[in-house]
Design a protein around this ligand. Structure first.
Ligand code: HEC
Ligand code: HEC
Ligand code: HEC
Ligand code: HEC
Ligand code: HEC
Length: 292
């Protein structure tokens, strides 16, 4: 036997085992990467929409606010896709003959909604809600990117579990004042552009995030930002209040508010975690949060 299978064939056998192992690992890595690749997650792809709607033209060009079309983003889990009526507010008068808008007019006359293709679409077994994210200071731009610069909509992020968890493990790095959630151009505080925030004492019936107000102008030298610090920045959805008063009385808060200056995201983030009463990373990464 020793003559038939000599030393070199032993080495060969060993090598082929190692090789097989390597191939299996490589295959696993490839499959894993494939599962996370933009090809599967559709990240960055532009869907072939029935109408080539441009956020760039309508948001950056015409200055329309997100809520003008996505009316339920602050008060429900679903941001909402605008009905054809919203488009016809303008397109009954402008671009009335444009071929591009034919499906919009068709939809208006027939009463059938425009069949928009979903760009973001989580599996049914995942629970997600816009309401809580928006009301706890996560901006649209953090999750959806520079929508105001998109001629055609695409997904900026994968929306995979790892992406959600990345933020839930450390939300502080992404928190901004709730008055800034629609701001596509928000910049983290820094030495040369600080942010001032004041927190009123929580009153029963007042949502926690609403008791914080922030400004980017030095309150010591600007009466305007003094005022900003005393009034809540965004109206609060009814569903998040308990039905009692949702307004702070200006006099009360003016007396108690003491603005703090922030020059880094770290410091601002930690302040907002405390005052927005954000749960701990341990709570926020437990399976039941997203899989109910
Ligand atoms: C004039 C109405 C209008 C305005 C204003 C508007 N949108 Fe949209 N939005 C739409 C329409 C229509 C669609 C569906 C077609 C598409 O995906 O492009 C859409 C789709 C989206 C989607 C993808 C939805 C999906 O299928 O997953 C996101 C995200 C979005 N908008 C965010 C924003 C943000 C952020 C703003 C503000 C910066 C904004 N939109 C302003 C009309 C509008
Ligand atoms: C506030 C008015 C207004 C509303 C609301 C509005 N549009 Fe427009 N839209 C315009 C104007 C103005 C232009 C021309 C923009 C330009 O050329 O810069 C335009 C252009 C367009 C175009 C041509 C391509 C482009 O982007 O230039 C399409 C397609 C379009 N709109 C679709 C829609 C759809 C779909 C809706 C509803 C979801 C909608 N619009 C809502 C004012 C509006
Ligand atoms: C924490 C991340 C996050 C933030 C912040 C966020 N979105 Fe979304 N958005 C998502 C996810 C995830 C989906 C897909 C939801 C699904 O498939 O159930 C989505 C879907 C959408 C859609 C499609 C319709 C829907 O509700 O499924 C629109 C429109 C939209 N977002 C607009 C906005 C606007 C406008 C803002 C800011 C006010 C915003 N989003 C803030 C993550 C976010
Ligand atoms: C950029 C940061 C960020 C991203 C990305 C993010 N979240 Fe969140 N999420 C938060 C914050 C902040 C809260 C509020 C926590 C609190 O108030 O204790 C939250 C809360 C939640 C809640 C709790 C809702 C409730 O009523 O208890 C769910 C569910 C949730 N997120 C699901 C998701 C899912 C699913 C994704 C990914 C598709 C996601 N989140 C991505 C920051 C984020
Ligand atoms: C912050 C929200 C969030 C939390 C917390 C979370 N998941 Fe997920 N999970 C998701 C999302 C989003 C997906 C869908 C991923 C996709 O579409 O690829 C998902 C998908 C899954 C899947 C399907 C397989 C896969 O990986 O795509 C399993 C299994 C799963 N989660 C298990 C868990 C377990 C176990 C926990 C607790 C340790 C957990 N998840 C916590 C958001 C979450």
């Amino acid at each position: 036997m020793a003559q038939i299978f000599d030393r070199s064939s032993n080495a060969l056998a060993r090598m082929s085992i190692v090789l097989t192992g390597l191939i299996v690992i490589a295959l696993g890595v490839t499959l894993d990467q494939l599962q996370r690749s933009p090809w599967v997650t559709r990240q960055g792809q532009r869907a072939d929409q029935p109408v080539p709607f441009s956020h760039k033209h309508h948001v950056q060009g015409l200055g329309l606010q997100c809520q003008y079309c996505h009316t339920t983003v602050e008060k429900s889990s679903y941001a909402g896709i605008p009905p054809t009526r919203t488009c016809m507010n303008c397109h009954a008068q402008i671009w009335t003959n444009a071929q591009l808008l034919e499906p919009v007019r068709q939809s208006w006359y027939t009463g059938q909604s425009i069949p928009w293709i979903k760009v973001h679409d989580l599996p049914d077994y995942v629970y997600f809600s816009h309401e809580i994210h928006v009301n706890k200071g996560i901006g649209c731009e953090t999750c959806h990117g520079r929508v105001d610069e998109m001629p055609l909509m695409y997904a900026q992020n994968t929306l995979q579990m790892e992406w959600c968890l990345g933020c839930h493990r450390n939300p502080a790095k992404n928190l901004r004042p709730t008055s800034q959630i629609y701001n596509m151009d928000w910049q983290e505080p820094a030495e040369d552009h600080p942010v001032w925030c004041a927190a009123a004492d929580n009153k029963p019936g007042v949502p926690t995030a609403e008791s914080v107000s922030c400004t980017t102008k030095d309150p010591a030298s600007s009466p305007e930002s003094q005022a900003a610090l005393t009034s809540p920045a965004i109206p609060v959805p009814v569903s998040m209040t308990t039905g009692t008063s949702t307004q702070m009385t200006p006099n009360q808060s003016a007396a108690t508010l003491e603005a703090q200056k922030f020059t880094s995201q770290d410091a601002l983030g930690h302040f907002l975690v405390v005052h927005y009463k954000i749960r701990t990373p341990k709570d926020l990464t437990s399976c039941e949060v997203c899989h109910r």
